[in-house]
Design a protein around this ligand. Sequence first.
Ligand code: TMP
Length: 204
Amino acid sequence: MLKKGLFITFEGCDGCGKTTQLELLAKYLQDKGYDVIVTREPGAKGLGEKLREILLNYDGEVSSNCESFLFLADRAQHIDTIIKPAIENGKIVLCDRHIDSTAAYQGYGRGLDLARINYLNELATSGVKPDLTLLFDVDTETSMQRVGKNKDRMESAGIEFQEKVRKGYLELAKNEPQRIKIFDSRKTIEQLHQEVLAIVAAIL
Ligand code: TMP
């Protein structure tokens, strides 16, 4: 249906509701006859799943630098084997987290140099960039309540870390308003879905 594929990413703090919105959009587009691929970072499949397991569950020391390279390794594999071929085949790729997660979590959250992260992101993606990024913003208290008690390694990094990540995301959206659209996650699932459809319709 599309001559050239479309690449849409979903971003936000843990517990922001992005995955629910991704699934709703995927269903809507599939019902309309579009060829849609739903994928995620870290850990789409194969090697990525192994990297996800380490990134989210390894309980020994992980340096911030090492952490960023593991997320980037997952991204390189994901772009080369799944995302790029799908876009080239005219599919709509809906991806749960991508480059902005590394900027927000490892850059703003862990405090790694942002220019360096941008450069590494470019290397990992061979320059492929999302056409549109949907950012679901939620306050840190609500986000942590939604995550609950069973926290993975990243979710256990503490409230201050999560706050830095949230502020980082908002900063990223301010710097790239054309690509990154902010949604207020306090709205209902249906309200958010309608807002997402309005934005996506404009680029279909
Ligand atoms: P999720 O897939 O359940 O959203 O969890 C992935 C976790 O990994 C989440 O806490 C965000 C974090 N993350 C990073 O810190 N950097 C990254 O580049 C990516 C893709 C995810």
